[in-house]
Design a binder for this molecule. Structure first.
Ligand SMILES: NC(=O)c1ccc[n+]([C@@H]2O[C@H](COP(=O)([O-])OP(=O)(O)OC[C@H]3O[C@@H](n4cnc5c(N)ncnc54)[C@H](OP(=O)(O)O)[C@@H]3O)[C@@H](O)[C@H]2O)c1
Length: 300
């Protein structure tokens, strides 16, 4: 019964996230900086059931811009330069690297009717509002998406909770709008957990192979199991994770692993790493931690 209910609610959640606000399709979009992140958003927008009619991209990077225009003819157009992008759209996404964000924005002339969504992970709202002069403060938004937006499976934090920006990133996966930049900063360390997740998968694959299982089978199964077990948490509520951990059978193999990793300090180490990343995000020294490396004892 529980499995059925989870499958039902997961399907319902997918259905609801797949519903795209008509406002998203009705707008025109422009991208200043056509790199990894902009390309992912362009691909996501262009493959919506009802894509927007106009997506303008800037000519750099030339290869990426050409590939997008070729993939979506008649929909994605490479503009002559950054100003031509801004002149031709209602929603401008800034997708350049942090080091040139200020000079790039300051060189452009914006209109008061425009919305600017900055993808630049470190550019503060206060600066963006000055650099994008002419755009009302409330129409300047910071968003931190992840590349799976290209497949409508993204996870994007954004602030302020601008209605159109929330609708755009909800169409491209899950959008988590937050009220302030302070809150956004505190959530940013979570994106730093991607590498350790893959490292855990790699360690698991290595262990399975060490048992004599062919590498292809080990990798395929590990990838599928991790994908499958995170499925239930894609639309998590406040109690979801706690509930799922507590639901593991007492004395069962899942409870055993949680207990052993807790004893080994794995979750304390995770929390310590998040503390250290937040310190980096906030530009202050990392808190000093007393590291006690885990050592297995092999008692017969
Ligand atoms: N990648 C991610 O997963 C991710 C996630 C969250 C946030 N972000 C943020 O998104 C922004 C872009 O990151 P990215 O990974 O997409 O970087 P990227 O792939 O290096 O893209 C940056 C693009 O900007 C172009 N560019 C350079 N100078 C320009 C100029 N004056 N005018 C217009 N375009 C110019 C570059 O072209 P050339 O190659 O010709 O120099 C390149 O195509 C960053 O600020 C980053 O913090 C990225």
């Amino acid at each position: 019964m529980r499995a059925f209910l989870i499958a039902f609610f997961a399907a319902y959640a997918n259905l609801t996230t797949a519903m795209v606000s008509p406002e998203v399709s009705a707008k025109t979009y422009g991208f200043v900086g056509t790199g990894t992140m902009s390309s992912a958003i362009v691909r996501g927008l262009a493959t919506l059931e009802r894509p927007p009619a106009v997506i303008l991209i800037s000519p750099r990077n030339a290869a990426k811009a050409a590939a997008l225009a070729a993939a979506f003819p008649g929909l994605v157009t490479v503009a002559a330069d950054n100003q031509a992008v801004v002149d031709g759209c209602e929603v401008v996404m800034i997708g350049v690297l942090p080091t040139i964000a200020e000079e790039t924005c300051r060189a452009l002339r914006f209109k008061p009717s425009q919305t600017v969504i900055s993808l630049v992970s470190t550019a503060p709202l206060e600066g963006l509002r000055v650099w994008c002069a002419g755009v009302p403060s409330e129409s300047v938004v910071r968003a931190i998406p992840l590349p799976p937006v290209s497949k409508h499976e993204g996870a994007t934090i954004l602030t302020p909770p601008h209605e159109l920006a929330v609708a755009v990133f909800s169409a491209l996966g899950t959008a988590v709008p937050v009220a302030t930049e302070e809150t956004m900063k505190k959530m940013m360390p979570v994106t730093g957990l991607m590498g350790q997740f893959y490292a855990m998968q790699r360690a698991t694959q290595t262990w399975v192979q060490a048992q004599g299982v062919p590498a292809e089978d080990a990798a395929r199964y590990v990838g599928a199991v991790f994908h499958c077990i995170t499925y239930d948490t894609a639309e998590a509520g406040a109690e979801t994770f706690d509930h799922l951990v507590k639901e593991q059978t007492v004395g069962g193999i899942n409870e055993q692993v949680v207990r052993e990793l807790t004893e080994a300090g794995a979750y304390d180490a995770l929390s310590d790493s998040l503390d250290a990343i937040l310190a980096r995000v906030e530009g202050r020294p990392a808190p000093r931690k007393l590291k006690r490396p885990y050592q297995a004892t092999d008692e017969a």
